[in-house]
Ligand binder design. Structure first.
Ligand SMILES: [Zn+2]
Length: 113
């Protein structure tokens, strides 16, 4: 089990805990405004592998303090599948919103918090 630090009061707590026991802040809503970048399309991934990576990274990054997840998706089938999955996450409120990034839209910027 990892530990996280409450951004409000500096208390170290288990990452399982959703509310800081010291200052009562909602830990899963805290963010330092940073962006985590991942690439799910340029290591020979099949669409299925890419979606598995996408899901794992979203879950993992939501537990941290980053606000954005930038997902490099390329321009092929992975991009279409990833975009469909992300729109589904948005509908189910797993993420807040998303937008396409870059001139050729080869990346998707997901707002997690
Ligand atoms: Zn706290």
């Amino acid at each position: 089990m990892g530990a996280i630090t409450c951004l409000n009061c500096g208390m170290h707590v288990s990452e399982q805990i959703r509310r800081c026991p010291k200052c009562d802040n909602h830990l899963d809503q805290q963010t330092d405004g940073s962006t985590v970048t991942i690439d799910i399309a340029h290591h020979g991934e099949k669409v299925r592998d890419a979606l598995r990576k996408l899901e794992a990274h979203i879950k993992e990054t939501k537990c941290g303090v980053a606000q954005y997840l930038k997902i490099i998706v390329g321009t092929g089938a992975i991009r279409d599948a990833a975009l469909a999955r992300i729109m589904d996450y948005e509908r189910r409120r797993v993420i807040i919103t998303h937008r396409l990034e870059g001139d050729n839209a080869g990346a998707i910027l997901v707002t997690l918090k």
